[in-house]
Design a protein around this ligand. Sequence first.
Ligand SMILES: Nc1nc2c(c(=O)[nH]1)N[C@H]1C(S)=C(S)[C@@H](COP(=O)(O)O)O[C@H]1N2
Ligand SMILES: [Mo]
Length: 223
Amino acid sequence: MTLPPGQRAAEGFPRFGTHLHHPPPPVPADPVIEIGGDLTGTVTLTPADLAKLPRQERGADFHCVAGWSATGLLWEGVTFAAVYRTWIEPLQTTGAPISHLTFQGLDGYRSTVLLEDALADDVLIADRLDGQPIDADHGAPLRLVSPSQYGFVSTKHLCRIECHTSRPPDPDRWSPIAGHHRARVWKEERHRHLPGRAVRPVYRLLIAPIRRLSARGSRTGPR
Ligand SMILES: Nc1nc2c(c(=O)[nH]1)N[C@H]1C(S)=C(S)[C@@H](COP(=O)(O)O)O[C@H]1N2
Ligand SMILES: [Mo]
């Protein structure tokens, strides 16, 4: 097994994120995804709407920017690209095209992604993980999954998608660990301004609570 540069395999799939001091948000009785922003209208998607799209499975590893990877996960859901083509593209204005999307979770978490990256074939709005409905720890009821990008892109508890015709202001502009705008794991795009390799030791401090990182990932290169 080869992991991307600077990653180490975690045992299992830990719950992680900026929200760890809170329990996961309760799952709404009738979950929806609201879509809005620089469009000619808004849409509210229900699970029944998503069920009209072809169901997809994607096997993938999951890579947190802090350096742990969960390996061999199986996600099920619909591609974000299918959602985009079915419900968002028809609402494009005649002005500037959509360039960025902000995904928001029920806990208030947000991630902003280039449209081009969100349309990749491995990007799902997932409702199942390893043959079970996604549990609260991993983003119930629905989560974005973009396995080729660091985990911070993969917003859990997805409830809103905001469409933009230019990059919206970064809420984490002044954060010392501001995430890279593209966050492609094989290019080690960890930090917005610093080389990925340089920030490895700093990010690793964040994963001290995650024990039992195996050394398997170190095979891909020196640490
Ligand atoms: N809603 C929400 N989504 C989130 C986060 C979060 O705090 N809230 N953390 C992100 C980060 S940094 C990572 S690594 C992954 C962790 O996913 P997991 O808890 O399923 O391992 O979720 C991402 N998506
Ligand atoms: Mo992360």
